[in-house]
Ligand binder design. Structure first.
Ligand SMILES: [Zn+2]
Length: 413
């Protein structure tokens, strides 16, 4: 068993505590020792990586991943429909790109294929394809036809509590980790859609009850205040967007703060506002970006004040908001929500481990934790924007194995 020692590094451990000069040792898939620099870990038989003052930090977690949304930073996919074979391959490529940019875990916020993420998750877990640890989601469903879901995929569910129970059970039987429902629509789908509830309370209650019985998680797209409340009342674990949450919704989120996670997806709003003119975005879409950003600039600091875990993750995969730009969300937390860089990093690492339901072994640089690690050229607690430059990621390790090995100039044995 090879031991790897990272020395001459500054450790950001993921808790939000101040970084410190130190050393870390990895053996097999785990971090086996972490110490301040002066302690000098045992070097016998170890491969040494001299970080030259670079930052050693936990791999980041993307909390609002859409790996099957086809657009990546280096590939614009504009086809109106993609055959499933091509679509699955594009999805697998997007998984690799997500990992290339320092995200060693991804919590899916919805798929465009019924079984895409089951297949992908299992290939990644088996070590056969590169990609982040993945929590696999169902298709993002609402009753009836849904915006951009391919016709080759599952037909969804009928109305009423029984139909909802059957759908949740079918998702659990497939082996999905999470079911995503659109509890409200969105102004980007239909005019004023954000204020329209897609389900009745009986249907959402049935979903919550059945999901608990089957051991599967629920996640929701919830813009309207009432959609947020429906989700919280019926056991949804991850609530996306929440832009129009009112005081009652905030109180309910706060009351369940140890069980739930919020990921507002600020990246998409930012992207609408700052898209390259060549995308020719409709002015109404840009205006909606401004509106959502203004709402979230008030919402997120309040959630933070109340101790709700709000995580970066920004709906990447659209042409003007492509996969690969995910680390921009951390900078947006600093720019718009008043987080310090260390707090944004903590949300993407420690809380990332928690959203993956692996908080006791993922998301920290700590003895016994899984060795999902980044070596970053520079100090992201001083300038969080450097994480957006993948050239600054000198090393990417997942499960103790290099996805990107450190430069040879840094290694010796
Ligand atoms: Zn989304």
């Amino acid at each position: 068993m090879t031991r790897i020692i990272f020395t001459n590094v500054v450790i950001f451990d993921g808790t939000g505590a101040m970084s410190y000069p130190g050393e870390g040792a990895v053996a097999d898939s785990r971090i086996v020792a972490v110490a301040p620099a002066a302690a000098k870990l045992d070097r016998s038989g170890a491969e040494i990586v001299d970080g030259g003052g670079a930052t050693l930090m936990p791999g980041m977690v993307e909390a609002h991943a859409h790996l099957s949304w086809p657009c990546a930073y280096d590939r614009l996919v504009t086809a109106k429909s993609i055959p499933p074979e091509e679509h699955l391959l594009i999805t697998a490529r997007n998984a690799r790109i997500t990992l290339d940019h320092g995200f060693t875990s991804a919590y899916s916020a919805g798929s465009l294929g019924t079984r895409f993420e089951i297949a992908l998750r299992d290939e990644i877990d088996g070590g056969w394809l590169p990609g982040p640890r993945l929590k696999a989601s169902s298709i993002e469903r609402a009753p009836g036809a849904v915006f951009c879901i391919p016709q080759t995929q599952d037909a969804g569910h009928g109305r009423g509590a029984q139909a909802m129970r059957a759908y949740i059970k079918s998702c659990a039987d497939l082996g999905l980790d999470s079911v995503k429902l659109l509890l409200s629509g969105d102004d980007n789908f239909t005019p004023n859609g954000s204020q329209e509830l897609a389900y009745g309370e009986d249907e959402v209650a049935a979903a919550g009850d059945e999901a608990e019985k089957r051991g599967i998680w629920l996640a929701c797209h919830a813009q309207a205040a009432e959609a947020v409340k429906l989700g919280v009342r019926h056991g949804f674990r991850v609530l996306y967007h929440c832009s129009y949450a009112d005081v009652e919704a905030l109180d309910m989120l706060e009351a369940k703060k140890s069980e739930i996670f919020v990921a507002p997806a600020v990246g998409l709003a930012h992207a609408a506002i700052h898209a390259d003119p060549s995308f020719n975005l409709p002015p109404a879409l840009v205006a909606r970006g401004h509106k959502i950003l203004a709402l979230q600039r008030a919402l997120v600091p309040e959630l933070r004040r109340r101790g709700v875990r709000v995580l970066p993750g920004g709906d990447y995969g659209f042409p003007h908001n492509p996969i690969g730009r995910n680390a921009r969300d951390l900078a947006l937390f600093v720019e718009h929500f008043g987080y310090s860089p260390a707090e944004a990093l903590m949300a993407a690492t420690k809380w990332g481990g928690e959203i993956m339901d692996m908080g006791d072994e993922l998301g920290l640089v700590k003895e016994g934790y899984l060795a999902d690690l980044l070596l970053v050229d520079g100090d992201p607690t001083a300038d969080i924007a450097i994480l957006q430059d993948k050239a600054r990621l000198l090393m990417i390790m997942k499960d103790g194995a290099y996805h990107k090995a450190p430069p040879v100039s840094l290694t010796r044995s």
